[in-house]
Design a protein around this ligand. Structure first.
Ligand code: SF4
Ligand code: SF4
Length: 619
């Protein structure tokens, strides 16, 4: 047994039996009762050493309070969320100030007064006094400033040890470089989950077989008609269909401090100023690394005499239309900053109609790629799909960039049938095959809904070889790292999704996270932007230069403005304007009569383009 395993084992025992017996268990071998229950009897099948960061609830999911919250509000906050305590953070700096738990609401000097309502007049008076005192108090006056913290880089064994020894229900997790920076929370349940994972992994490989419940020879019943084959239950939660995710997303956003800070800045600074600031942050990160610009970097790498500029050598083949930023989700790394709050930015029918006109006059376009937000939630989606299919027949590939959970939104009950009827290729995001990771990036409950949606698509024929109904998945990393090898990851996805849920799909595409918008914010706040830019430029791959999507794509915004790609669109780099000229109108779909006219034009590039040239590039 490894030292870590031993410690975890004893920590688990301490949790199960209670802290009062921890000391009596400090000599494991002298306690025959306990040693007979030991499971670590031989070399563990797998050695795992999980860190606090692997098991904690991350910052964006932690419910926090501010010092100014009144005790009244704090009590209802805790009760409605079913939690017994929460960290207290400064709303401006985000610094950890203290912690509040249910016991802080019981004034120690009025011992029993809160519970003794039936006593004498005297005790009732005491109760009223205490109640008045509590109701008029803020969290700052009640909270405890002595917070037990642990860095997220510490091993779980250490966390379990501290919690067991001090009889703590939770530990506040902080940044190892800044102990006032809250990065998550670790509860007893997290420790127990981790202990169970460790215990299972520690079992020798043959343990499962030796405990098999299969009947031995001679004991099988002759009543063979009573024997039923059990099948893995298909996971399609019918009750999710027609059941909106929007309320929950909005609820999550109210407690997501990163999101709240961005909203506040959006209000005071405006979107253009924020994009400019974001560009400067990337620029500063590259300056620190001694990199001049993307164009100069290419000049160096490709050994050309002048800064290298990208050009559209062929007429565009892909028309990507972002028909609106409204989405029922609000994912942590969304590069378009969509959410249920983006209700205004929606494409109108006249712009849609003009896009269709241009599609008609641009035979070079062979793919119509519709994106958003959740594009299906804009009424223009079905109009665009049905007109384009009727106009261009089966020669045109139509792609729906689907977040999957949209299938369960009210009014979308017939969406799968619509997509099938119009032979729309579905390209869906699923950043992991584990619920924990998907929910962390895309919101609570998103994994379960995504699985249900994938099964519904499979039932309609999507993802089945030879059906002509293509279902592709998209992976993007959860944090500041590059995606793994696409072919190997696709094989792993196929195995996991088929084995666990019976899900089929065609291909998996890996995408590099672009250092823009929410992901750029995420990196900047964690002080990881420079490191990420360094990672991108360090992994520059010349081969990606042959297939950059901007060579063949035209991207249209919900307002009809034209861009070289979806990323440039989010940064406001318009076709027909200088990239730093935020005030310039740029070209719209009403300024041309065919997309083919854009052939030969230079493409606007900047430091975010390193995201497209790193590793295997971005699909
Ligand atoms: S990543 Fe997609 S699903 Fe998530 S918020 Fe953005 S647009 Fe919506
Ligand atoms: S971000 Fe990528 S696709 Fe867009 S212009 Fe830069 S290199 Fe081209």
């Amino acid at each position: 047994m490894t030292k870590t395993m031993t410690r975890l084992y004893w920590a688990a025992t301490a949790f199960l039996l209670g802290p009062s017996v921890v000391s009596s268990l400090s000599q494991p071998s002298s306690n025959p009762k306990v040693s007979s229950q030991r499971v670590f009897v031989s070399t563990p099948a797998k050695t795992i050493r999980r860190l606090v960061s692997d098991c904690m609830t991350p910052r964006n999911k932690v419910h926090v309070l501010t010092p100014q919250t009144t005790s009244d509000e704090a009590i209802s906050f805790l009760l409605t969320r079913g939690i017994s305590g929460a960290p207290v953070v400064d709303p401006d700096s985000g610094k950890l100030m203290g912690i509040i738990s249910s016991s802080d609401f019981m004034f120690k000097d009025y011992s029993g007064a809160l519970l003794n309502m039936e006593g004498s007049e005297e005790s009732l008076k005491g109760f009223v006094e205490v109640a008045q005192k509590i109701c008029g108090t803020t969290v700052e006056e009640l909270m405890s400033c002595n917070v037990f913290t642990i860095a997220d880089t510490e091993p779980m064994a250490k966390a379990a040890d501290i919690m067991a020894r001090r009889n703590l229900h939770r530990l506040v997790v902080v940044d190892p470089k800044d102990e006032e920076k809250l990065v998550g929370i670790l509860t007893r349940s997290d420790v127990m989950r981790d202990v169970m994972t460790t215990v299972r992994a520690a079992l020798p490989e043959h343990a499962a077989a030796s405990s098999s419940l299969l009947p031995d020879y001679g004991t099988t019943s002759v009543d063979i008609d009573k024997i039923r084959l059990s099948r893995a239950k298909k996971w399609r939660r019918e009750d999710l269909f027609g059941n909106s995710l929007v309320d929950q997303t909005l609820d999550d956003l109210t407690t997501d401090q990163d999101f709240q800070i961005t909203q506040q800045r959006l209000k005071t600074q405006g979107a253009a100023a924020m994009t400019k600031e974001e560009r400067l942050q990337r620029r500063r990160a590259l300056d620190d690394l001694g990199i001049l610009s993307f164009e100069s970097f290419l000049q160096q790498q490709l050994d050309t005499s002048v800064p290298f500029t990208l050009k559209r050598k062929v007429p565009p083949k892909v028309l990507q239309i972002n028909i609106g930023l409204y989405c029922n989700q609000a994912c942590a790394h969304c590069h378009v900053e969509s959410s249920p709050l983006r209700t205004e930015e929606q494409m109108t029918t006249d712009i849609c109609a003009q896009c269709l006109e241009l599609l008609k006059s641009s035979p070079s376009i062979t793919t119509l790629d519709i994106t958003g937000g959740a594009p299906e939630l804009n009424p223009a989606f079905r109009y665009l799909v049905s007109c384009a299919r009727a106009m261009r027949g089966e020669d045109l590939e139509i792609i729906d960039r689907c977040n999957l959970t949209v299938l369960q939104e009210p009014g979308q009950e017939d969406l799968v049938a619509f997509l099938k009827e119009h032979k729309v290729r579905v390209v869906a995001s699923l950043p992991c095959y584990s619920a924990e990771n998907v929910d962390q990036q895309r919101g609570n409950g998103v994994f379960e809904r995504s699985i249900a949606a994938l099964l519904a698509l499979n039932e309609a024929g999507y993802g089945h070889p030879g059906s002509g109904l293509v279902l592709d998945l998209v992976y993007n990393p959860l944090g500041a790292f590059l995606p793994p090898d696409q072919t190997k990851l696709q094989a792993k996805y196929k195995e996991e999704l088929d084995e666990n849920f019976g899900i089929l799909f065609d291909s998996l595409f890996t995408m590099t996270n672009m250092p823009i918008k929410r992901f750029a914010d995420f990196l900047y706040r964690r002080g990881e932007l420079k490191e990420y830019m360094d990672l991108l430029q360090r992994n520059f791959n010349k081969d990606t230069m042959k297939t950059l999507m901007c060579y063949e794509t035209i991207s249209i915004g919900y307002d009809g403005k034209m861009y070289d790609c979806d990323f440039n669109q989010q940064l406001g780099y318009k076709i027909g304007a200088e990239k730093d000229d935020d005030a310039a109108k740029g070209m719209t779909v009403f300024d041309i009569d065919s997309f083919e006219k854009l052939q030969g034009q230079a493409i606007l590039t900047d430091n975010h383009c390193f995201g497209c040239t790193a590793g295997m590039g971005s699909s």
